[in-house]
Design a protein around this ligand. Structure first.
Ligand code: SF4
Ligand code: MG
Length: 313
């Protein structure tokens, strides 16, 4: 599949500290990429960098064939919403409380396209219907607080899609929802990735990745530690951090690593990031060789950054 987004050696520095350290991945047309890790792993900063909301220190970010690292704020504003749209955990933050949901989606549509009010509303209703909102025309007239969390989330995705973006970034979009509604929203996002736009799904939950992503990037302390197809990685997670994340997700069937690095403690803050392997302080396999940062290397059908897999074929 052709890449919608290519990120190469993306580095982000905030207050002098390296927050993202040479992050590289692709989002492919028709597939959902999961970006998974604990809070503080750099997932949301990655999303912010891709939205032009934090400065890119170095590296390359390409939408289609267009390099966007280094664009002016004005150029970013034109991209945001149009080519790249985002949905968040809390849809209330995306909507003004004092106007109907439909009016706000209409307005988004009309900000990007010359359409009459009537035509914009017709498009809004169509989008809500595609998001499986029941009685969409009625619902469009409601205020955000009059909708359930699940309906609000559907409305936010509809609004994000209203300008036909090439890439939809969803940051923990289902974290606040109950399991049934979560599954419905994930199914919708999967459909979006197949029909409309590339989807990058940010989550702390390996179960969400297993359920809805084709590819995955595992992040820890601003570094990618494992990257590949979900199928390959769920079958045999190699990085001790990926193994620990999976072990913390009881609903995934699959191999349990013999020796669990069930990670007490917290990911390091960027200020105290270790010199060598970033996972070293919490890794059950840590040894001398881990004092040097292992690069991502291709091994057993995926890329992994861990000395345990160096040297072996
Ligand atoms: Fe653990 Fe060493 Fe591998 Fe890092 S490089 S994950 S510390 S074994
Ligand atoms: Mg976050």
């Amino acid at each position: 599949a052709e890449p919608i987004l290519q990120v190469r050696d993306l580095c982000v520095r905030l207050s002098g500290r390296l927050i993202l350290d040479h992050v590289s991945f692709d989002v492919l047309r028709g597939r959902t990429l999961g970006v998974v890790g604990e809070s503080g792993s750099g997932k949301s900063v990655t999303a912010s960098a891709l939205m032009g909301l934090v400065p890119i220190a170095s590296g390359s970010v390409k939408f289609g064939s267009r390099e966007v690292a280094g664009l002016s704020e004005r150029a970013w504003r034109a991209l945001r919403g149009r080519q790249i749209a985002m949905v968040f955990q809390d849809p209330m933050s995306a909507f003004l409380p004092v106007r109907s949901v439909g009016a706000q989606i209409d307005e988004q549509i009309r900000a990007h396209e010359r359409l009459s009010r009537t035509d914009a509303r017709a498009r809004t209703v169509q989008l809500l219907q595609r998001m499986e909102v029941p009685d969409a025309a009625q619902m469009a007239r409601r205020y955000p607080h009059q909708l359930s969390g699940g309906l609000r989330q559907r409305a936010m995705i509809a609004m994000a899609l209203s300008c036909r973006p090439d890439l939809l970034i969803a940051d923990e979009p289902t974290t606040a929802l109950d399991v049934t509604v979560q599954a419905q929203i994930l199914a919708l996002l999967r459909e979006v990735s197949q029909r409309d736009a590339g989807v990058m799904l940010i989550t702390h939950d390996m179960g969400v990745v297993a359920q809805s992503c084709a590819d995955v990037v595992v992040m820890y302390a601003g570094v990618i530690v494992e990257r590949g197809s979900v199928e390959t990685i769920l079958q045999a997670p190699l990085h001790p951090y990926t193994q620990a994340l999976m072990a913390a997700t009881p609903e995934i069937d699959g191999p349990r690593p013999a020796r669990l690095a069930t990670i007490p403690g917290q990911p390091p803050s960027p200020a105290s990031r270790p010199q060598g392997c970033v996972f070293q302080p919490r890794c059950g396999y840590a040894h001398e060789a881990c004092g040097r940062r292992p690069p991502l290397r291709s091994h057993a059908g995926r890329d992994v950054a861990c000395v345990l897999y160096e040297g072996a074929a």
